[in-house]
Ligand binder design. Structure first.
Ligand SMILES: [Cu+2]
Length: 355
């Protein structure tokens, strides 16, 4: 019996900066709730003794109320709850806003495994390696049902919902091996949807990636798909193209057919591949077919990496139809875009939409 309890720690290890923040709030909540419970129980006992019935003719006095007391126990808890709310909201927003130097790793949940994709194109299943003291931004998607990515030692937990991207980040602080769980019941083998997060020194991390031997970076793999799906027949650098060029699109504002403006973030790009008629860019026809069923979540991640990597003048021309070797540098388009001829309808950030 004792051996079992020795193996089950009361608290999981703290191995990320988030863990300390979450635990501090948790202890505060416990202290407030525990303190109140003790106070209520103590007063209950004290009052039941102090105001006990002392004789046959003992009558309860008529009490008409006490405004000061009413104000006090309305306002005081309000302050305590506001502190809880602000504290919790601060942690919540801080884990959803990754620092700019964060390394992005894509995570795909699938019945019943976790798949990881590094920016260099390396892939892994079940075991996630990350360098210590490096902020890691996870972009997560699900291939099927709702999963939940949970690393107790990091206090990192987020629902992975099919049909959209979710994001979370953490900074591991301690080298070690930590449990990874799916914590939403997701079918028969849900309990086997487990893995490990290995936090390693930077050099070891580099060696790990070198050992994975990627077939080209994520963006390069995306380029292969771009040509395979023949995206460049419409999204081409040719002047008579039937769809907007994609360079300079990622994370900028886009004006749609209905006049509305949206940010071309990962979610928008994904939706535009799977559900292209939903948000058509102003000035273009809704002629793009859906790639639902053709491009899976992994493909979309690669396509997104490719689109994000496109620099001005790098949109391939329509004639490009065979995939060059992966290690070859990506070539600029064969036909040059004339200035003002095919201006992308995207506005770079910070210009308030004014051209
Ligand atoms: Cu799951």
């Amino acid at each position: 019996m004792n051996a079992i309890f020795a193996d089950v720690p009361l608290f999981p290890e703290r191995a990320s900066t988030t863990a300390y923040q979450v635990d501090a709030l948790f202890f505060f909540l416990c202290a407030v709730c525990g303190g109140m419970a003790v106070l209520v129980a103590a007063l209950l006992l004290y009052f039941s003794f102090k105001y006990r019935r002392r004789g046959e003719d003992d009558r309860t006095p008529r009490i008409t109320g006490n405004h000061r007391l009413e104000w006090f126990w309305t306002i005081a808890p309000l302050f305590v709850f506001v502190v809880m709310f602000v504290w919790g909201a601060k942690i919540y927003t801080s884990v959803s806003e990754p620092p700019p130097d964060a390394m992005e790793i894509f995570v795909i949940g699938k019945q019943w495994m976790w798949k990881f994709q590094y920016p260099g194109g390396e892939r892994a299943i079940e075991n996630l390696y990350v360098p210590v003291d490096q902020p890691i931004k996870l972009t997560l998607a699900s291939e099927d049902v709702i999963h939940d990515f949970f690393v107790p030692a990091f206090r990192t937990k987020i629902d992975v919902i099919p049909g959209r991207y979710v994001q979370i980040w953490f900074r591991p602080t301690k080298v070690g091996e930590y449990h990874l769980f799916c914590s939403q019941y997701c079918g028969t083998n849900h309990s086997q949807m487990i893995g490990k997060v290995f936090v390693v020194e930077r050099d070891d991390f580099r060696k790990y990636l070198d050992g994975r031997k990627a077939t080209g970076s994520l963006a390069d793999q995306g380029w292969q798909l771009f040509l395979k799906f023949q995206c460049n027949t419409c999204h081409s650098s040719n002047a008579e193209a039937r769809a907007p060029v994609l360079e300079g699109l990622a994370n900028n504002m886009v004006t749609l057919n209905n006049g509305k403006k949206v940010r071309a973030d990962d979610g928008y790009l994904r939706e535009s591949i799977l559900n292209p008629e939903e948000k058509v860019v102003q000035g273009w026809q809704p002629i793009m077919p859906t790639y639902k069923g053709q491009a899976n979540e992994e493909d979309i991640i690669k396509l997104l990496a490719y689109i994000k990597s496109l620099k001005p003048g790098q949109t391939p021309s329509r004639n490009e139809n065979s995939s060059p070797p992966l290690d070859a540098p990506r070539v600029p388009p064969k036909e040059k875009i004339e200035p003002g001829d095919r201006k992308p309808p995207y506005q770079p950030e910070g210009q308030n939409g004014k051209p």
